[in-house]
Design a binder for this molecule. Structure first.
Ligand SMILES: Cc1cc2nc3c(=O)[nH]c(=O)nc-3n(C[C@H](O)[C@H](O)[C@H](O)COP(=O)(O)O)c2cc1C
Length: 361
């Protein structure tokens, strides 16, 4: 019953259903979640952006122990950065207020970032992962070539038509179109983030018209209605993040899950204060207070490194007011279902809608 373009994508990815569980770095995408999605016929994805090469291998092995179906690994396209000491000192002074409340000491006064993309990608290739996805930029032509030489399917993230065209021209096989409703970091890399906040409803048809490769819709899609609407707008499949965060298999903190289940369409904001890169999450005290210090926020990933101890300790102490609670605008629709049951409900609802539409038109 799927559209021809959806069928083509399912064949390409060797999966049965047009649902991709979003890669979500930071602990959500456990082997249990990724495998459950793939076993249910979708595409599970390991969010490996923050993982060391060795931990990526462990995550892949752990997932393979639970499924023999295809899944993807996702990385961040970043570069090494040396932090400016003066700026780091100023930011740390602001952050010390929170460290004091959490009874922790500042660990280091440097925040240099060493890019591990090459080493991380080497593991993806060695482990023969069939699908590789990325965000925050475009990998080098050498990286794209080696992925293609190894028959890996390449999925890039775009937040504008311009970015989608660049991904297509550089050799990507599939574009994940991230609308402004999306939870987590904005994947924008070619324009200002404010002008790249295009809603999924407006973005998908414009991108579909501009490119020849398949488009996957992401951002605010929480149920069968979102899937059906995305397919009608021209997407070949959907990528859902927030909807999977509240599954029992997801690895996020229990208080973070509760915050999602308690929140509404008005709860989230796009902020750079946690990581230095705009990301959508549930508004809390850290965001509200640090937004005033906007000028003292370092670029990604320096800010991310500087706030890491606070976020980790806050999680240990169950203090959501200092945790990054990434989530999209669809949180009111969140459920606590096992991934397989959730996928089943999304597919049956979408099928019902699409069948009714075709009968009545
Ligand atoms: C907690 C969280 C972490 C995320 N981490 C990543 C990531 O590591 N890589 C990536 O490409 N996208 C990441 N995203 C964005 C998703 O790929 C996707 O665009 C988004 O979840 C779609 O919107 P939704 O959350 O409303 O479903 C993340 C999203 C969330 C909610």
């Amino acid at each position: 019953m799927w559209f021809e373009r959806t069928k083509n994508l399912l064949v390409k990815l060797a999966i049965e259903l047009p649902i991709i569980q979003a890669p979500m770095a930071g602990g959500a995408t456990t082997p249990a979640l990724v495998a459950a999605v793939s076993n249910a016929g979708g595409l599970g994805s390991i969010g490996a952006g923050y993982l060391s090469p060795n931990d990526i291998r462990i995550a892949i092995t752990g997932t393979r122990a639970l499924t023999n179906k295809p899944f993807s690994v996702n990385l961040f396209v970043t570069s090494s950065i040396k932090a400016k000491h003066i700026q780091v000192a100023t930011i740390n002074r602001n952050l010390d207020v929170y460290r004091k409340e959490l009874h922790i000491q500042q660990v280091s006064d440097t925040a240099d970032y060493v890019d591990l993309f090459k080493e991380q990608l080497a593991v993806v290739l060695e482990e023969k992962v069939p699908v590789f996805s990325f965000t925050f930029g475009i990998p080098s032509p050498e990286a794209i070539k080696i992925l293609k030489d190894n028959n890996v399917i390449i999925m890039g993230t775009a937040t504008t038509v311009n970015e989608g065209l660049q991904l297509e021209n550089k050799g990507c096989d599939i574009i994940v179109a991230q609308g402004s409703e999306a939870g987590g970091h904005r994947g924008s890399f070619a324009g200002g983030f404010r002008t790249s906040l295009i809603g999924t409803m407006a973005f998908i048809p414009q991108l579909v018209d501009a490119v020849k490769i398949p488009v996957v819709a992401a951002g605010g899609i929480m149920d069968g209605r979102g899937l059906a609407a995305s397919l009608i707008l021209g997407a070949s499949a959907v990528q859902m993040g927030t909807a999977f965060l509240t599954c029992p298999e997801s690895g996020i903190h229990k208080k973070y899950k509760l915050a999602i289940l308690d929140s509404t369409e008005e709860s989230t904001v796009v902020t750079s204060v946690f990581s230095g890169k705009p990301a959508r999450g549930i508004k809390n005290r850290f965001i509200e207070e640090m937004e005033v210090e906007q000028d003292n926020v370092a670029d990604y990933p320096i800010q991310n490194t500087l706030t890491q101890d606070i976020r980790k300790e806050a999680a240990k102490q169950n203090r959501t007011e200092f945790m990054s609670l990434w989530a999209g605008q669809g949180t009111r629709l969140s459920k606590e279902k096992f991934a397989a049951d959730f996928i089943e409900s999304v597919i049956s609802e979408a099928k019902k809608i699409l069948n009714t539409c075709s009968r009545n038109l």
